[in-house]
Structure formats: C-alpha cells, structure tokens
Design a protein around this ligand. Structure first.
Ligand code: NAD
Length: 541
C-alpha cells in the first residue's frame, strides 16, 4: 500500500480536433480508415485475459456498405458467460487489494493511449462499424471516452476524500468498498465512449465486471479491450462476452453473486432486466445496484421571442447529427406560427447543403443508420406520415438502402401534437414539428411536458427572460438535461453530467461522482482510542 496521500492530475476536457480539409490529422485518420476497411478482422471474446474463439463466427458489415464484410466475431454460449462470471470472481480478491493509485494509473494510461497512439484506430473503428463522420467519432470515441476516464479518476479521489467528522477520543472513517460479487455492464451501439465507460468506471473502483457490448459495436469494443490490456488492466477484471442479450441477462441476473447492473440502451430492455432482478431478489447475497440510462423523445420548445436562425441551426444539428441516433437527439419541435416560416426557410437552406454518404468522405454530414431494422423503422414512420392527413413530409423522406442504410434528413410537420412521431422514439434522422398559435405558449408548455413518457433532454429557445423562467419552471421534470438557447445534444463530461428521469432512466448521471457512488458500498469505521472500562454511565450515580 502507498505511503502517501497522492493527488491525481487535474482533469481537463480533451481538446476536440477540428479535422479541417487538408490537415495532417484528417489525412492520418482517413488513411487509417482506408487501411482498416481493407482488412478482415477476427474478434475473440476476452475472458480471464484470454482471447476466446468459438465455432460460431458471425460476419460484421458496415452500415455505409452492407455488402462489405469487415471480418467476423466469435459468438459465445451460456458456458462462456459462466466462464466470464467465474473469471471475474477469481480476479476479485487481488484487484480489490490493489492500492487505488495503481487502479487510477491504469485508467489514466488508457486515456493517454486513446489520446495518442490509439486515437485514429478507435475513431476509425467507430466510423467504419457505427457510421460516424470524423467529427462525431472524435467527440465520442476520442474526447468523451478520454474525459470519462480522466474525470472519473478525479471523482474517485474526491469521493474517497469525503470523510466524516470525529469527536474527541475517536477517529471516524468512511471506506468506499467495491460491491461484493461481480457487476454486469450492458452497452448500446451508439456511443463508443459509453460502451467503454460503463465497465471501466465500475472496475476503477475495485469491482470486477462481465461486459456485454451491443453486437453492432463489437468492432470498436475490441479496440477498447486492446487499450485496457496495454494500459495494464489485470486479467479477469473486465471480461467481454458476445452472447445473446436475453439469455445472458437471464444467466447473470439469476446468479447469487450478481451485485450491480450498469445499463445503457432502450427502455423496454432495461425494464425487462429490472423485472428479472425483482424475480431473483431472494437469490442474491446483497441487494444489487441498478443503473440504467434509456430512451428519449427530446424536445425543442421555441418562444416567439427566439432567434429564428439559432433555432433552425439547433434543429439541424440537434436532429440530424449522427443521423438522429443520439439518445439526446431533437426529435420533436414546437414552433410558434409567427416564427415558423423563417425557421423553415433557414432549415431548408441548411438542409439543402447537407451531403449524405460514407464517413470516408469527411464532407458528408449525414452517414448511414446502424442497420436494416433501423432503416425500415424510419421508412415506416416516413411512409405513414406521407399517407396521413394529420402530417406532411416537408423535407427529405428519401430512404436509399441499395448500398448502405441511408435515410435522408426528414422533417415532418403535423397538425396533431400527439401524432405518433411526436411521441415515440424513432432513433433516426426524422424530426417532427408542431406549429402552435403564439398565444398558446402556456398550454403548449403543458403539452411538451405531457406528450411522451421520457424525460431525457430538452431545449428552450427565447430572448424573453420571463418566458425562459416560465419554461424552466413548467418543464422542471421534463428533461434531466435542460438547455437554454442551445441544441439538446452534446453533453460534455465534467460540465453537463448526463442522464434523464421518468422512462429515460435512473438519472445517475454518467461521468459524475453521483454515478460512481452507485458502485461502492461504504463501510463506516469508528475507532476509540481509550476504551471505557466500566459499564456505568454518570447518570447511574
Ligand atoms: P438496445 O436496448 O437494443 O441494446 C442495448 C444493449 O442491450 C445491447 O448490448 C443489446 O445487445 C442488449 N440487449 C438487447 N436485447 C436484450 C434483452 N432482451 N435482454 C438483455 N439485453 C438485451 O439499444 P441500442 O439500440 O443498442 O441503443 C439505442 C437505445 O439506447 C435508444 O433507446 C437510446 O435512447 C438509448 N440510449 C440511451 C442513452 C442515455 O444516456 N439515456 C445513451 C445511449 C443510448
């Protein structure tokens, strides 16, 4: 154990590279993309530090070219899941006994590896298999992931430093123990940073983890495991399995040593897992921690005093960056009649200049949606809107699935504020606008609050400060991340802790101390220096 009270490097947000045309950074990244595009990868699971291959090889394809085979991954069975649990439990005692500075150093090193030698590789993997353009990959797989790692190290030490007061003659201490047993991380396709953060923030605190990434994100998950290994993460601390989601959940959530679920993904999957945990509650050695960040139906509410150009820009960026596949993406907008024609005009000009295609060409602002399911889902909403007498497709509407899963940025205008695409999460580049009468501002605020079961992100646009204050109060519970005169996407670690309530999750704010507290179980220690020698208190005479 260390003989110093060490201080970790002060965390600052990783600067975002601009990748301007012709810059050495963009050349290096695109060269890496092209090289990796031509290679065939073989991706094993990692259990107890060993690469595990199986007889079931599953091909990997790129969303921007669904005929282009990237290689394959090895799919696991429930025996592999059991092996992963055992490997985690076996690694536990040694990992738990390691000083926190050693754990911190591993994850600080991982951050530096991603910031340096692995930056292009992790960004390119995210571009190839998740269809992100250079900017979207950079703010996710490079900057956000680096920030998660560095800030969590700092938050961990702040947490450890929080100690109780001590009366005369005694010394009180709080010890932040990892959870007893093992933890389970289940991660979504859409953010490489989230997929790396969910298992690593638990491991950083001394926990051992079984991690099941989305099968759409395995390519970049593989690079993450490579980074962790190079950073010195001991075998068995994080075990990555590629197995069927439901069967894996059933296996893990019925294990007596299951101690915590760190989930990000869709609401229905999370609710189902919560139910499984409830059904198994008598089997566990301790009450498991449950943290889940789930779906959204994120709003932009516009007041008549707003700046139309700023509103249009926020809608174009907020709804269509990464093809609307951010949980925080703007997907319903409420625009006053007096501003609508100007907002629409600016949006049309901006949308007409947007290029759509593969991330290999950095000038493409919009790339492909993740898979055929997502493509068909978007197409369904668009076709129903085209046929509806309550909705009009006023921009886009083209779905071209010939080579890749390309859905053009689409704007639906509806006369019904409860129209299906105003309420349901689509998770694609489809924005629905409801135009309200200017004098209906107050009742429209109520509509915004009551229209969807979710409460993830939302924006209010206004110049009038009384209107901002009114919206701020009326929408108190409508969003876990609330923006004033800005788009509802792009939360930055350490600046806007991220998460939502209602059907959007447990709001445990990823990348914050609040989240880390869920993965420790505090032991209170009281030490008395001179112990009493007689049971009699003075009042007994
Ligand atoms: P998803 O729910 O389909 O998958 C998430 C994970 O759950 C994957 O690893 C998947 O394999 C696994 N899974 C799927 N079915 C399962 C089952 N029946 N039992 C157990 N596990 C199962 O989500 P996705 O499509 O990967 O991601 C998109 C969703 O994630 C959207 O709803 C989005 O809003 C949400 N999301 C939320 C946040 C947030 O912070 N709130 C962030 C990113 C994504």
């Amino acid at each position: 154990m260390s003989k110093a009270i060490s201080q970790v490097p002060f965390a600052v947000n990783e600067p975002v590279r601009s990748y301007e045309p012709g810059s050495p950074e963009v050349k290096s990244l695109i060269d890496t993309y092209k090289k990796m595009w031509k290679e065939q990868v073989e991706i094993p699971m990692v259990i107890g530090g060993k690469n595990i291959t199986t007889d079931e090889k599953v091909n990997l394809y790129s969303p921007q070219d669904h005929q282009h085979n990237l290689g394959f991954y090895h799919k696991g069975t429930m025996q592999h899941v059991e092996d992963a649990i055992n490997a985690a439990l076996q690694a536990k005692a040694k990992w738990n006994a390691l000083g926190w500075e050693q754990r911190a150093a591993i994850f600080l090193k991982a951050a530096d590896l991603i910031a340096g030698p692995y930056r292009d590789k992790l960004n390119a993997a995210t571009m190839i298999a998740q269809s992100k353009n250079v900017h979207q990959a950079e703010i996710d797989s490079a900057c956000e992931f680096i920030d998660f790692l560095r800030f969590n190290v700092e938050f961990m030490t702040e947490m450890y430093a929080e100690q109780p007061v001590s009366d005369n003659g005694i010394w009180n201490r709080s010890e932040y123990r990892p959870l007893e047993g093992f933890c389970f991380a289940v991660t979504p396709f859409n953010f490489t940073a989230i997929s790396g953060n969910l298992p690593s923030c638990m491991a950083m605190l001394g926990n051992v983890v079984v991690w099941k990434p989305s099968d759409k994100q395995i390519y970049s998950a593989h690079v993450i495991m490579e980074v962790f290994k190079e950073a010195g993460l001991p075998d068995g601390v994080i075990n990555m399995v590629f197995s069927d989601g439901k069967a894996t959940a059933e296996k893990i959530l019925s294990h007596p040593d299951f101690a915590g679920l760190h989930f990000t993904g869709s609401t229905a999957v999370f609710q189902n897992m919560w139910k499984m945990i409830g059904d198994n509650i008598h089997n566990y050695k301790s009450y498991p921690r449950i943290v889940g960040e789930t779906g959204g139906k994120d709003f932009v509410m516009v007041h008549p005093s707003a700046n139309a150009q700023a509103v249009a820009t926020a809608l174009v960026r907020g709804a269509f960056e990464y093809q609307g596949q951010k949980c925080s993406a703007a997907s319903r907008a409420y625009v006053p009649k007096s501003l609508w024609s100007e907002v629409k005009k600016v949006m049309e000009t901006q949308l007409n200049s947007i290029k759509i295609g593969s991330p290999e060409d950095p000038s493409n602002f919009v790339n492909a949606v993740i898979d055929q399911n997502s493509f068909e889902k978007c197409k369904g909403y668009i076709e129903r809107a085209q046929a509806s007498n309550e909705a009009n497709v006023i921009f886009g509407g083209t779905c071209d699935g010939q080579k890749g899963w390309f859905v053009h940025p689409t704007v639906i205008e509806t006369s019904n504020p409860k129209y299906e695409s105003m309420c349901e999460e689509i998770f694609g580049p489809v924005l629905t606008v409801y135009v309200y009468e200017d004098q209906a501002w107050e009742e429209t605020l109520k509509l915004v609050d009551e229209t969807s079961p979710y409460s993830l992100t939302g924006s209010i646009f206004a110049q009038d400060r009384y209107a901002i204050d009114q919206a701020y109060k009326a929408l108190e519970n409508a969003a876990g991340n609330f923006y004033i005169n800005d788009k509802p996407t792009g939360a930055v670690v350490g600046q806007q802790p991220f998460g939502g309530g209602r059907a959007s999750g447990t709001n445990d704010k990823a990348g914050s101390k609040m989240n880390l507290l869920r993965w420790v179980s505090v032991r209170s220690i009281k030490e008395t220096f001179v112990s009493p020698k007689d049971y009699k208190y003075p009042y007994l005479g």
